[in-house]
Design a protein around this ligand. Structure first.
Ligand SMILES: Cc1cc2nc3c(=O)[nH]c(=O)nc-3n(C[C@H](O)[C@H](O)[C@H](O)COP(=O)(O)OP(=O)(O)OC[C@H]3O[C@@H](n4cnc5c(N)ncnc54)[C@H](O)[C@@H]3O)c2cc1C
Length: 456
């Protein structure tokens, strides 16, 4: 009888360039499982994505993916015992809690003489392998990426193709995906997910489409939210429907003047976020720069709620927050503008912004979300300087000059002339919501607070 290998899917929901699956396929029958840990704090939009992504993966496995809900350690141990499994394989997660859980599972399996094989399927470079000359981790993006990754490390591995046909082990019974309860949330009634084509095949198609239509010109045009020069691959990357290695090697086929290097450096920011999370495990909670512990944050529920609903009176902010609610995504430039507004103009702690993004983003990612919120707040590693307070009106004029993006998400302004679309309150008989805050005085107050903590 052929040996059975238990393969545990996590954020690697694909068959291609999946080193763990590739390894398992050579060892014997593959028993593919997915475990949803109820204690994992996954946001509502991500749950919807995950549900659909698992459906797609299950289909590519001819409906042979086995779903479990509960504690990963208990489930894996009991499956090994029940089916006499001697080898468990998974792709590593680089999030602090998962690292802890993995090591507990590995040691429990070791005690039962079950072999464990782990692979890296989600990062171009493993965080522990990149350190400065003095043995400490980098804290600044450019030297991390240009020196640590590009200069001193080997090129990211080439994508692996499944070398052998996948022979699947089928257990006596199989739980339905519905036991995971991922699509129960009534929040969007499935509307949000209609904006996306989910799954491995769609992710690869999206990369191809981006290379054809968006890569050339990415450097200049990526900041324009109404444009077509962003890949929108982030949720596919987060759930592992496409590997960063596949992206890297596809993009590398194009010369620098096609903006390939610039695009890859943005993927490099994702690497940096994971790197920071790996080396500074409290990044999702604690200010990276301790002086920010003294910042006198305010919490105003009403203002927070208006920000969440996209009812601030500032069209670019409202468009961004409504794009988030409607589609589970915000354009990167607009993420920076809405985040700066929350933490600097409203002086609401970045934790509140982090939490709302976590709930609503389909690409909600512990590393990128934590690092990016800290970057905007100024408290992060290599963060935006505290005095860089985005002016939503100027940003809007610069990056959405004709108000195309605003009109799409704020229908009340669809007929407003371009000269008033960024600041409708300047119009006589303004019918749009009045701004909830004065930009100038809130900016000055933030600067004052920032100056105080900088001196202390
Ligand atoms: C406040 C805030 C919160 C954010 N939260 C998240 C999050 O939860 N999940 C997430 O994936 N990204 C997050 N980002 C980063 C960035 O906005 C998104 O990755 C990007 O907008 C995704 O769109 P795209 O795929 O079209 O990006 P593209 O411009 O096409 O970039 C390609 C890929 O590079 C990576 N990337 C690009 N920019 C960044 C960046 N600044 N930081 C990290 N990775 C990047 C992403 O994986 C992205 O898919 C956040 C940014 C801000 C300012």
């Amino acid at each position: 009888m052929s040996k059975t290998v238990l393969f545990w899917f996590r954020n690697d929901l694909r068959i291609n360039d999946n080193p763990g699956i590739n390894f398992s396929s050579k060892k014997g029958l593959v028993f593919p499982i997915y475990i949803h840990d109820e204690k994992s704090k996954i946001g509502s939009a991500s749950k919807l994505w995950l549900h659909n992504s698992l459906l797609s993966l299950d289909k590519s496995l001819n409906n042979n993916l086995n779903f479990f809900i509960g504690n990963s350690l208990d489930i894996i141990l009991s499956l090994c015992e029940k089916y006499n499994i001697q080898n468990v394989v998974w792709n590593k997660s680089f999030e602090p809690k998962s690292i802890e859980i993995d090591s507990k599972i590995e040691s429990a399996l070791g005690k039962k003489n079950v072999a464990v094989d782990k692979f890296n399927a989600s990062l171009l470079w493993e965080p522990e392998s990149i350190l400065k000359g003095d043995g400490t981790p980098y804290k600044v993006f450019t030297p991390f990426y240009r020196k640590g990754c590009l200069l001193f490390s080997s090129e990211p591995r080439k994508p692996v193709k499944i070398t052998k046909h996948l022979d699947i082990f089928t257990p006596d019974q199989r739980n339905s995906i519905n036991t995971l309860g991922l699509s129960d949330g009534k929040k969007w009634n499935g509307e949000l997910i209609k904006h996306w084509d989910i799954g491995e095949v769609n992710a690869t198609n999206k990369l191809e489409k981006f290379i054809k239509n968006g890569l050339s010109g990415y450097k200049k045009k990526r900041d324009f939210p109404a444009g077509q020069n962003n890949s929108m691959l982030s949720p596919h990357i987060h759930f592992g429907e496409i590997s960063v290695n596949q992206i890297w090697h596809e993009i590398k086929k194009y010369p620098e003047d096609k903006d390939s290097d610039h695009f890859l450096s943005e993927v490099g920011w994702r690497e940096f976020s994971y790197y920071l999370l790996y080396h500074f495990r409290n990044l999702p909670e604690d200010n990276f720069q301790k002086k920010f512990d003294k910042f006198p944050w305010k919490y105003d529920e009403k203002l927070y709620d208006l920000w969440k609903k996209g009812l601030t009176g500032f069209p670019i902010i409202d468009a961004g927050m409504r794009q988030l609610w409607e589609t589970g995504y915000i354009h990167n430039r607009v993420r920076m503008i809405v985040a700066s507004f929350l933490v600097k103009n409203l002086q609401i702690h970045w934790h509140y912004g982090r939490d709302w993004f976590w709930e609503c983003l389909v690409d909600a990612d512990l590393a990128s979300n934590s690092a990016s919120w800290q970057w905007v707040a100024g408290s992060g590693a290599d963060a935006a300087p505290y005095f860089r307070i985005f002016n939503p009106v100027l940003q809007s004029k610069k990056f959405d000059p004709n108000g195309e993006y605003i009109r799409k998400y704020v229908p009340e302004l669809s007929k407003t002339e371009a000269k008033f679309i960024h600041s409708p309150w300047e119009k006589e008989n303004n019918e749009y919501i009045e701004p909830i805050i004065d930009l100038k005085s809130s900016r000055e107050k933030a600067l004052l607070f920032y100056n105080q903590i900088s001196k202390s």
